[in-house]
Structure formats: C-alpha cells, structure tokens
Design a binder for this molecule. Sequence first.
Ligand code: ARG
Length: 562
Amino acid sequence: MNHKTLVAERLAALIPSLETEQILALLEKPKSSEMGDLAFPAFSLAKLERKAPQAIASDIAEKIDTSGFEKVVATGPYINFFLDKAAISHDILKSVITEKADYGQQDLGHGRNVTFDMSSPNIAKPFSVGHLRSTVIADALGHIYSKLGYNSIRINHLGDWGKQFGMLIVAYKLWGDRDVIEANPIDELLKLYVRINAEADENPDLDEQARQWFKKLEDGDQEAWDLWQWFRDESLVEFNRIYDKLDVSFDYFHGEAFYNDKMDEGIQILEDKNLLKESKGAQIVNLEKYDLPPALIKKSDGATLYITRDMATAMYRQRTFDFAKNIYVVGQEQSHHFKQLKAVLKEMGFDWSDDMVHVSFGLVTKNKKKLSTRKGNIIRLEPTLDEAEARALTQIEAKNPDLENKEAVAHSVGVGAVKFYDLKSDRDNGYDFDLEAMVSFEGETGPYVQYAYARIQSILRKADFVAKSDADYRLSDAESWEIIKLLQEFPNMVERAADKYDPSIIAKYAINLAQAFNKYYAHTRILDENPERDSRLALAYATGIVLKEALRLLGVDAPEKM
Ligand code: ARG
C-alpha cells in the first residue's frame, strides 16, 4: 500500500464525517522534511465538529494507530506524519531481494492475449524511422503487458500487397537483373519502382501493363506469384537483418496478403446489414454518426482497399486470439484510418472493436527538418545502427580499454541508446534524430542508465556482496529514502505505462532511479566500514535489479561491465 493511502485510512478510522477519498484529497506534503512526510490540516473538520482545529489535531494525534510511523504529532492545526523509513526500507529491500526480476510482476491479465500490430514495413520500400518507432514502442509495450500477466503477441502486418506489385513486375521484366537485386534488394527494387512510376507518367501503356500483371497476381498466375514471392523474400532478408540488430522478434508475419482470401465474410456482413451504399460506382459505409467521412470499402473496379484488409485482419485476430486488447502501433498520420476502421466494425455489430487501440506516435526530424527522400534528408537505418555501435565502442575504449567482449557491449549500448532515446520521448511528440545525443553517457540517455547499472555491479563485486532475503537491512537517511521511494513505485509505474500505452513512463523512471543512485553514491561511501554497510550494499543491489528490469521492459540490455 502506498503511504498516502495508509495515512488516509488511519485518519478515516477516527474521522467518521469524511470518506477515505476525501481525506486523500486533503493530505499535503509539508514544506520541509522536518515537518514530516505528510500532513493533514484539521481546519476542514473545525466546522463539522464545532471544535478548534488545534484541539482536533492533538486529539487525533493522541488516538491514532502509529504502527508504520516513526511518530505522528500535532503541530498547531496540522497533524504531521513521520513515516518509519527504517521499517519501510526493510520491507522494500526484502521484497526486491526475494522477488528479483519478478518484482513488480502482476496477474492483471490472467494470461489473456494482447495483440500488437507492429513494425509493418512495406515490401520493396525502405524501412523508415516510423517503422523503427513502431517496432521499439510496440516491443516495449509487449514486455510491459507481459509483466502484468498478459500474453503479448507480436504481429508484423507487412505491406505486401497492392497495385505496386504490378508496377514492380513490369519494371523488373523491362530493366531488372536478378543478381543485382539479390545483392541489395531494397535499394534496387526501390530504383525500379521509382523508374517505372516516372516512365508511366509519360507512357500510360506501362500503367495498363502493371494493372494486368497485378490482376494476374490476384488470379494466382504462377509467374506473377513467383516474382511476388521473391520480392517479398528478398525484402524480408533485409528487414530481418534490422530486426536481428534490434533484438526484436515476431510471433507472426501476417502481412496484408495473408488476408486475400479472408475479406468476403466482412463484406457479406456489411451487405446483409445493408450498410454498403453505392457512391459513383464504389461501395462505401456511411459514418456520419461518428463524425467521420464515409469509409471506402470497394472501388468501382471491385478492388479492395487498405481498410477492407484491416477489417478482415481485426476479425481474424478476434477469432484466433480472442484478444483482451488489439493494439496498433502506427504513426499519427493514420489516426483517421483507425477511427474509421473501429467505426465500421462497430456498425457491423462487433462490440469487441472497443478493445482496439490505435497507439500513435509523432514524427522524427533530422537537423530539425522533416525527413524527405526527395530533399535527401533521410535516415538509413542499418548504417545508422552500425554507426551507433561504433560510437559506443569508441567511448568504451576510452573509458575501459581492458573490457572483455567490447563488441558485444558496444552493440548493447549503441542499439540500446537508439531505442532508449526513442522511448523516452512522450509518444505523440516526435523528436530530432541526434545520434550524438543518443549515444552520450551523459544526460537522459540509455547509456547513462546502463552505466549506473554497471557501476552498481562493480561495487557489488568489490564488496563480494551476497544479498540475503532474511537479513535485517534497514536505512533511514534522507538520501537512501529517495531511492527507496522510487523502488516502491516501480510496480505502479509498470501499470501506468500499460494504461497509457506509453513506455516513456518507464524510461523516465529509469533515468530518475539512475540519477538518485548516482547522487547517493556521490554522497555516501558505500564500501567503507560502517554498521550500515550491508544495508547500503543491499540498497545498491536492489537498485541494480530494478534498473535492469526497467531496461528489459524497454527492450534494452544491461551489460554487467562497461
Ligand atoms: N504498412 C503500413 C505503413 O507502412 C503500416 C501498417 C499498419 N498496420 C495496419 N494494420 N494497418 O504505413
């Protein structure tokens, strides 16, 4: 239980005229810690009880149950509560030391499934920073939901279908070279795609050919199908290299094509419910009552759309996974699409559409300017991740030249830095992609937190410390108290991050905890001979456990040495 609730409940037992909730709202934090940790002003009771607030305060202070508190005293009209820091630190250290990485684990989900629609790059197109954001945010949310007892299912909804494949096939047959593509799939396929689009502007016949090839593909023509499969495989080789670097894996690669044969059912339901209206030859669903423009379900030539596939996708997921939540981690620019999708499903009578959540995120800039392929302001992910590792390695070599496994540590630090920087910003705010700031060991960065963890491990090694769950560790000084309070908050933070679908809550928490520890370390000589030495080491040990666990929830490693 948190301290505020404890105080409120103790007070409520003596104040029949107020509810615990009302008391909670009245509690104040005293201006100085000499006045205790929490204070209750008795003014509010004076009128009700027709007594002077001073008298009420001293009366309550006398009668209240003080277990768990160092003392409870009346100061004028206030009742001041001094928490028993020693006892609380004892309890928290014991919990963390006993539960270790399970500290904060809960069973709110009872094993129910939560699906994450994540990453989802488009075949034959570059993997963008938006796809990176989707990948790392969803991966972190997956860990966070698992920590709360849900079963997280990671699904890559690859963009692997559409008219562009007709274009690609035509381009490949005109100008493509298999070996060249296999050496560098995305770049080469993109070149073909750009070229065919440019030439089709001049030569409409190319468009017509592309249309025919896409039709063949849809009809299952062998040649078209083999080419499509090959484009997809080659693109995936490249995407998988990025996923390996990021240490992210998926339970399913169910792309858009997976739903080719699963759209009829949804369309049938729309028809049966009389929801499909014709508009200029196309089929639409009116969404006026949701304050949304109509959703276009089928084009006049019968072709299905992005949203038609997403309808089938949601129905498939509901049926296959019976999800508690179906979460889509996709950029803000698609928020309109997901609103329409939910509204259409709701119209179809699917109340589970209430459990679909679009977790959106903001744009990334570079040198404070919008990314633009045309203007050459682009971020190429693979070389950027390599560069992050190289920069991490340089810093490690300067700080700790004898470190073993330098490359592996540099990988954890470099990639962790990019992820952490992405995750620490509030989702809906974008950020400027600044590799130097990301990989810095100073400031609010992943390496800063990792370094705090590694420093703790080095202290523990020097002391040869073995934490015991039945030892009587306790601390009551102000510096350790800051850490104890943070350790106590961790389970709550995990819950809040899940409720708000926002890993930045955990990232900020990790920074606060690392900073609190570094402050403590600067102030207290942990390793010196002292009656509190073991308790101080236990505090360091528990901090290490929670730091490592917070990083794990973000998908970031915590090297033992750095
Ligand atoms: N492939 C899309 C893109 O790159 C993202 C897909 C998001 N997921 C979905 N179920 N619509 O923009």
